[in-house]
Design a binder for this molecule. Structure first.
Ligand code: CA
Length: 336
């Protein structure tokens, strides 16, 4: 994890929304979720309300990955950039170009002005998910420093805001939205990164002393950026090599689950349905590995009642092959 994840990123989104035209209001949640589902649900071989192929979905909505001219939001653009029904909360609601510019920022990596600790050049931001307003990603109000804010509007506040006003700006009364990437605070930003960012991809010292590591993340996590977590996984694999990592670590992903690793399937028009399988013997598998040297498989089965899915090692995802959809044997861990 790093400083950006809990502290700076929520402020970066509010800074992006300083212009009133860029404000993504809560009415748009169903439209955003519906578009993620429409383009991504079936990428795992089954339209079942779970976006399992998180890597392909992330690539679709990441506008910084090449393919100039591609517009993942084309189907949601308001005709002539005028929203006829800003209060429309249905999945059919449209989005203006300003709102889409904010969504492009939220769902694409954010490039830092200068590399930070461990040579990290960007922050992974968020992965397309079914909780687009979770943890304050979308907010109903306007804040001091934003266009259209009331004279007595509050400062934007968030779980990690003291990291920005305290650590970075060193003024608890400062407006966190005054932060400028690459501005006068850049040196301080780099210092904080060295102090706080847990982004070192070299886990060889831990491995050498016999350490075993099991990490599970959810791609619907709106609190700790799943984009940054996936990018960290990739940096570990790049640094240490896949087979070496597999010898002492499991980097598992539970698609469409949140910070607490729970989630539900969704219909495209905004109805939450079944719980996503997430049950497994969390304590037993790490105990067996450490105490009995019994390594877990690269994938294991996760359950919800009588339904099961495989939980796969990054970057693999559960892909439907054939058979009963609630049987883990109907799925395989695939990378494309
Ligand atoms: Ca699916």
């Amino acid at each position: 994890m790093n400083f950006s994840s809990l502290m700076l990123a929520p402020e970066l989104i509010r800074i992006q929304e300083k212009l009133a035209a860029n404000w993504v209001a809560p009415a748009k949640v169903n439209a955003i979720r519906g578009e993620f589902m429409r383009q991504c649900d079936a990428l795992d071989g089954l339209a079942d309300g779970i976006i399992n192929n998180y890597m392909a979905c992330r690539a679709i909505f990441d506008v910084k990955q090449g393919r100039p001219g591609r517009d993942p939001w084309a189907a949601k653009r308001c005709p002539n950039n005028v929203d006829p029904k800003p209060q429309d909360t249905s999945a059919e609601a449209c989005l203006t170009s300003g709102q889409i510019s904010t969504l492009q920022m939220v769902y694409s990596p954010y490039n830092f002005a200068t590399p930070l600790a461990n040579g990290v050049k960007s922050f992974g931001m968020w992965v397309p998910n079914t909780d687009p307003s979770g943890s304050g990603l979308i907010l109903p109000g306007r804040y001091k420093g934003q266009e259209g804010a009331a004279p007595d509007a509050p400062f934007h506040s968030h779980l990690g805001v003291l990291g920005v006003t305290g650590y970075l700006m060193r003024d608890l009364n400062a407006n966190p939205l005054d932060y400028v990437e690459g501005g006068p605070l850049n040196q301080r930003r780099m210092e904080l990164s060295q102090l706080l960012d847990a982004t070192n991809p070299d886990l060889s010292a831990f491995q050498k002393r016999g350490g075993k590591l099991i990490v599970v993340i959810g791609t619907d996590d709106t609190l700790a950026s799943p984009g940054a977590q996936l990018d960290y996984y990739q940096s570990v694999v790049d640094k240490m090599g896949r087979s070496n990592v597999d010898a002492f670590a499991r980097l598992w992903v539970l698609p469409q689950t949140n910070h607490g690793l729970t989630g539900r399937t969704w219909t495209a028009d905004g109805q939450a349905q079944q719980a996503i399988p997430n049950g497994y013997d969390r304590f037993g598998i790490i105990t067996d590995w450490v105490e009995k040297n019994q390594a877990p498989g690269k994938s294991i089965e996760v359950t919800a009642g009588d339904r099961a899915l495989p939980m796969c090692s990054y970057p693999a995802f559960p892909k439907y092959v054939k058979g009963p959809t609630g049987d883990a044997r109907s799925w395989e861990c695939a990378t494309k």
